[in-house]
Design a protein around this ligand. Structure first.
Ligand SMILES: [Cu+2]
Length: 540
């Protein structure tokens, strides 16, 4: 659809005429039936339900080439799965660059009938953060796949619930910049999102980030936040003036509307970890009965500098699980050390894990593994670790890598550690943030460290109260260790949630207990070699 996420009209992938897509709301224990019809005329589509573990329904995970075939133009697919746990989730495209094209929406799961949350609040608000480029996702894809690569650059606009401003600023009168003040009626598609609150109440603000690139820092002017949920799990509550939100993260925070009710306040999101060329996103916290058109009288809240990594690390380290939460098994059966590097393949820029850049096969792994179809993907598994002696602090002496589609086969019910090792990118003195997201499971974030991970570092892992999450960030030149139990039969992506990084190969594939998977719908695997198998069997 034509849409104006900011003050320039562009094209978005919409759902049922809406951008962002409709908010899906359910109760824990519900089974959702989501009928998706692909009305894009020239491309396939899938939707991933981010944070939902898909226990027993791995074909509903919505990952093209992994859990299912992309749904062809004109065709339909039914996602049917149980939302087993209350929490703040979202959904988004997981094919090509469709997330950057705007294919996303919120998915909120309330506690089951008769159950209570472990914190109290009077009202609820919800925001989905995203980033927006004026160049279309198709052209972005061609740019990334060119030799030399043309990087997509920083987004033009940050969006809060699909709304942002590019050529004008709501807070122009507070800055020295030449950007014009916005003249808005409030009915524009790009008018700021208004969060309506009553004075002297406690609100739960649900926050999720579906950005294609940007790491964000979020603050509410004059209000402190109390973090209570991360990725659908309770955390030990702590108070913060601002919080970091990486792509793939979700949080709930509580705040008290204890400020003067005759004013409105800003909610702002600013870029973290990359030198920002994008102005902050602004939404309005509107104290009723004040008119929402009264702009806040104070400047937008200040955020830490984009490169203030100590404050980002301090925030991440503060996130611990609420007492009584699941704790990790004491020892892993296997430890993978995944070296994240930016590399070249025949002059094309790629991202690689243990020197392999992930290329997805035409036949979804779930079908080819379940039905023992050979030649659907690389038979050889990728290495459990990179060769020793790699200097993570310097550009690689030989930056070339290779393509690969092999999978890590995890023993069913085994405990797996994954150490995500960051490194210097191709350029001198560059190492970036990467938020890694695991499908089909939550993991415990058991440790963070600087420089190269050493086996001895495992002795310092936090096994007492590590946060249980589905997304964990690696900081520049550092490592992050996660632990999970491979107890969900299926084939699962584990990847950097920065969309262009994933597109350039920054991910791996885990398979576990696939022989136990029952009931894969034919429509999920009616392509590639499994499509041929179905035709031979006469089931189509
Ligand atoms: Cu990345």
């Amino acid at each position: 659809m034509h849409w104006s996420p900011d003050d320039q009209e562009g094209v978005v992938i919409a759902i049922n005429g809406q951008f962002p897509g409709p908010t899906i709301r359910a109760r824990a224990g519900d089974t959702l039936h989501l009928h998706l019809t692909n009305k894009l005329h020239t491309e396939g589509v899938v939707i991933h339900w981010h944070g939902i573990r898909q226990i027993g329904t791995p074909w509903a995970d919505g990952t093209a080439s992994i859990s299912q075939c992309a749904i062809n133009p004109g065709e339909a697919f039914v996602y049917r799965f149980k939302v087993d746990r209350a929490g703040t989730y979202f959904y988004h495209g997981h094919y090509g660059m469709q997330r950057s094209a705007g294919l996303y929406g919120s998915l909120i799961v309330d506690v089951g009938e008769g159950e209570k949350e472990k914190f109290e609040y009077d009202g609820e608000l919800s925001i989905l953060l995203s980033d927006w480029w004026h160049k279309g996702s198709r052209e972005q894809e061609v740019d990334l796949s060119s030799k030399p690569m043309r990087w997509i650059g920083e987004p033009q606009t940050l969006l809060i619930n699909g709304r942002g401003q590019f050529n004008c600023s709501l807070a122009a009168h507070f800055s020295n910049s030449t950007v014009a003040p916005c003249k808005l009626s409030g009915n524009e598609q790009y008018a700021p999102y208004i969060l309506k609150v009553h004075p002297n109440k406690t609100y739960r603000l649900r926050i999720a980030s579906s950005t294609a690139l940007a790491s964000l820092n979020l603050a509410i002017g004059n209000h402190k936040m109390r973090v209570v949920e991360a990725d659908g799990n309770y955390v030990k509550p702590f108070t913060a003036d601002n919080i970091d939100v990486y792509s793939g993260d979700s949080y709930s925070v509580l705040f008290r509307t204890d400020q003067s009710p005759s004013h409105n306040y800003w909610l702002s999101a600013t870029v973290r970890g990359r030198e920002p060329h994008t102005p902050p996103a602004l939404a309005i916290l509107n104290y009723l009965p004040t008119s929402p058109s009264h702009l806040p009288t104070s400047p937008p809240p200040t955020s830490p500098r984009w490169d203030d990594y100590p404050s980002s690390k301090a925030f991440s380290h503060q996130i611990l699980s609420l007492p009584g939460s699941p704790t990790p098994p004491k020892t892993p059966h296997r430890r993978l050390i995944l070296l994240n590097t930016q590399t070249y393949i025949n002059g094309y820029t790629k991202w690689s894990i243990n020197n392999i850049s992930l290329t997805l096969p035409t036949t979804p792994y779930l079908g080819s593994i379940k039905y023992n179809i050979t030649n659907a993907f690389d038979a050889k598994s990728p290495p459990d670790r990179a060769p020793p002696g790699y200097n993570v602090m310097r550009p690689a002496p030989n930056p070339n890598s290779t393509y690969g589609s092999g999978v890590y086969v995890l023993e069913f019910n085994s405990t797996v550690d994954v150490v995500l090792q960051n490194a210097n990118a191709l350029k001198d003195n560059v190492s970036e943030i990467h938020p890694w997201h695991l499908h089909g499971h939550d993991f415990w974030v058991v440790g963070y460290g600087e420089g190269e991970f050493k086996e001895g570092d495992a002795a310092g892992f936090n096994l007492r109260d590590p946060p249980y999450r589905n997304t964990a960030v690696i900081f520049p030149y550092g490592w992050t260790a996660v632990r999970f139990v491979a107890d969900n039969p299926g084939v699962w992506a584990f990847h950097c949630h920065i969309e262009p990084h994933l597109h350039l190969g920054m991910g791996v594939v885990f398979a576990e207990g696939v022989e136990r998977v029952r009931g894969i719908p034919n429509e999920a695997i009616a392509c590639g070699l499994t499509g041929k198998m179905l035709m031979r069997n006469g089931t189509r």
